[in-house]
Design a protein around this ligand. Structure first.
Ligand code: EPU
Length: 420
């Protein structure tokens, strides 16, 4: 038996949708919380399976995890133990690797299987490991696990060859207890990194410069528990914004930080989407305009996010002319294009670019969510298509979208789950 999502396309969406806490911040905040001496309360936790997977990993380490309500998680590491993280659960998501930095920082030792996550082409972690080594750790890879050890972590200058989100956060986590000052140069600037540093500073860390390319961390001896509210999910917001541009009569997307979405909002205005931007929400009116083709190049923040190019591809199938998407972060992140072609799109992939020839009507089909954002792209395509679309492998979607079908149903979409 397999659970699938079915969507009957062609219904115009109307109403308001509230964006949840950021997945990519949450999956780093949860491992960061184990650095505290007492309980850390995280508020605005999205209801996604990645959070459940991380909770399993926390419990395996002896951390007390209490769900106070659907969105509040209390993480109490008071009685935790540094056990090897070699269980299958580690491979369920990418973000398990944040336990590397956190455990190394807290105990000077970590043993962990290679983390999993969406396949987007090769996703090495060499920069994370180089960072740990620069702080004084040794790294060994034995029988499928990394063994990382340091008698003492010492602050140093680390230059990242690529401004990697994961490496920046992992080095932050390892360096908060290191002796002296650590400087990360060419650090990533994504808002999720600022959120993690905000939590760590509330816990008592001394981190400066986050959001710029140079971060300094002055090591401290201990960190305390605290309360933290997660920033809104800019990728979930982007997904609903693109979805509204594709299928809305009028939809307001609430609880967002528009500044995090500037590259998308400007691009949508450029192609002819009717958008009204407010302090913490945007309203999209659909139905009157002809969309124009455009070119997009994915880049690290504040450039156009790679996570948004997949949902946007579905909308660009409805734009007149040829759009070209060039992917500079994950050059193989184009599996969604093959699925869209099954629905009637005309997309030619020539890695690292995809040429989308529009506008083409889409037809309901059997398609597969090959990764999380491919799933989001197919949901948008399903809303646009005539007839019923069946999406397989929806566990990818459930990893990162909080109550997707409920939120869409409230907007008037015909979407449901079926066991087949
Ligand atoms: N890279 C290396 N070596 C490393 C680390 C990264 O070569 O040690 C390369 C990657 O292969 C990639 C580039 O550097 O080409 C950037 O990767 P980054 O490390 O920034 O990505 P990540 O931390 O693995 C996070 C998000 C991704 C998002 C990317 C880029 C999380 C859990 N994941 O991944 O989100 O696409 O940043 O913004 O935060 C998603 O949400 O669907 C998703 C995949």
């Amino acid at each position: 038996m397999e659970e699938v999502i079915k969507i009957e396309g062609g219904h115009k969406l109307e109403g308001n949708v509230r964006i949840s806490g950021s997945k990519n911040a949450t999956v780093a905040l949860i491992p960061a919380a184990i650095l505290a001496d007492g309980p850390v309360t995280i508020c605005g936790v999205p209801n996604i399976s990645d959070v459940n997977s991380l909770s399993v990993l926390l419990r395996d380490l002896g951390v007390n995890v209490i769900s106070k309500s659907s969105e509040n998680l209390v993480i109490d590491p008071t009685h935790m133990e540094n056990r090897p993280m070699v269980q299958e659960a580690v491979t369920k998501l990418r973000a398990s690797y944040y336990f590397m930095g956190a455990l190394l920082g807290k105990y000077g030792h970590v043993e962990m299987k290679m983390p999993g996550g969406c396949y987007l082409g090769p996703r090495p972690i060499d920069l994370h490991l180089k960072g740990f080594e620069a702080l004084g750790a040794s790294v060994e890879y034995k029988q499928g696990s990394y063994i990382i050890h340091a008698d003492e972590l010492k602050g140093t200058k680390i230059f990242l060859d690529i401004s990697s989100v994961g490496a920046t956060i992992n080095i932050l986590l390892a360096a908060v207890f290191a002796k002296g000052r650590t400087t990360i140069e060419n650090a990533a600037k994504e808002p999720e990194i600022i959120d993690v540093a905000t939590l760590l500073n509330k816990m008592g860390a001394k981190i400066r410069g986050v959001g710029t390319g140079v971060i300094t961390i002055d090591g401290v001896e201990t960190l305390n528990g605290c309360f933290h509210e997660i920033i809104p999910d800019r990728i979930e917001a982007a997904t609903y914004i693109v979805l509204a541009a594709a299928a809305a009569k009028e939809v307001t997307i609430e609880n967002i930080i528009p500044q995090h979405l500037e590259s998308l909002l400007l691009k949508l205005e450029e192609i002819g989407v009717d958008i009204t931007i407010d302090v913490d929400k945007v309203t999209i009116k659909g139905g009157h305009e002809t969309l124009k083709a455009t070119d997009i190049k994915t880049l690290p923040y504040p450039g156009f996010a790679t996570d948004i190019q997949q949902p946007l591809t579905a909308l660009l199938t409805q734009a007149e002319g040829q759009s070209i998407i060039t992917e500079t972060i994950y050059t193989e992140r184009f599996k969604h294009c093959h699925e869209l072609n099954k629905m009637g799109a005309n997309i030619h992939v020539m890695t690292p670019s995809a040429m989308i020839n529009g506008a083409t009507p889409l037809m309901g089909s059997e398609v597969t969510a090959t990764d999380l954002r491919c799933g989001a792209c197919l949901v948008i395509a399903g809303l646009l298509a005539s007839g019923v679309t069946t999406i397989h492998d929806i566990y990818h979607i459930d990893r990162g979208y909080d109550h997707l079908d409920k939120k869409l149903t409230a907007l008037g979409a015909k979407i449901w789950r079926e066991e087949i």
